[in-house]
Design a binder for this molecule. Structure first.
Ligand code: PGA
Length: 251
């Protein structure tokens, strides 16, 4: 069964005490509510263990925003998938466009990260999406196909079925410009078709495909009402309970 997920991506925001307060506030706000989606928060590495210990991780899953493309060893400053898993985090956001753009992550490194995440029992939230020039040139379908194919299509069907996809058009991230619900549905349906061609209808239908890019309390309802939009990956609006909660309740 396909899962609905609303995931927050805090990016490089909040000190440890601010992050703990945000996580506890959300945990408190969700207590006793029956939700139609799973909730995940993607915190900085430094917060993972404290956040996971401070909240009910059955209610809110914890995600890292990245992990290393190497298992362990002399890679100063890197954080491995095993380290992430040892904090109590269950998810890892991989291939975010900011990582691709500013830290030059390629399909080769991303494939290694996905493999290590899976080997350590983490659920990858794998981000794909086109830049504005690609959308304007009508190349967005090709771009997402290539991103999925090069980093994920060597996975076994069993491993692939553990992946969550997040479609995030780069032109919509942090810009206040959202893809319309119809634009999101169109490309999500396309992505699902690409997955079906490789892994078959059953796995494709069970794959959670999130939308990301300026999702907020106002546009969330229309987006998640679309049949192929299974939730969202939310940046800015995940940084306050007040803004994040209505998105969670949009289902
Ligand atoms: P945004 O970020 O909601 O602030 O646009 C989304 C993301 O980058 O995951």
């Amino acid at each position: 069964m396909r899962k609905n997920i609303i995931a927050g991506n805090w990016k490089m925001n909040t000190t440890l005490s601010e992050g703990l307060a945000l996580a506890k506030g959300l945990d408190e706000a969700l207590k006793g509510k029956t939700l139609k989606c799973d909730v995940v928060i993607g915190t900085p590495f430094t917060h993972l263990a404290s956040v996971a210990a401070a909240i009910d991780t059955k209610r809110i899953g914890v995600a890292a925003q990245n992990c290393a493309d190497k298992d362990k060893g002399a890679y100063t400053g890197e954080v491995s998938a095993a380290m992430v898993a040892s904090t109590g985090a269950e998810y890892v956001i991989l291939g975010h466009s900011e990582r691709r753009q500013y830290y030059h992550e390629t399909s080769v490194t991303l494939e290694a990260k996905v493999n290590l995440a899976l080997a350590n029992g983490l659920t990858p939230i794998f981000c794909i999406g086109e830049v504005l020039a690609e959308r304007e040139a009508g190349k967005h379908f090709e771009v997402v196909d290539e991103q999925v194919r090069t980093a994920l299509f060597d996975l076994s069907p069993e491993d692939f079925s553990k992946i969550v996809i997040a479609y995030e058009p780069v032109w919509a991230i942090g810009t206040g410009k959202t893809a319309t619900a119809d634009q999101a549905q169109e490309i999500h349906a396309h992505i699902r078709k690409t997955l079906a061609a490789k892994y078959g209808d059953v796995i494709a239908n069970d794959t959670t495909i999130l939308y990301g890019g300026s999702m907020n309390a106002e546009n969330a309802k229309d987006l998640v009402a679309k049949p192929d939009v299974d939730g969202g990956l939310i940046g800015g609006a995940s940084l306050s309970v007040e803004k994040f909660l209505p998105i969670i309740e949009a289902f």
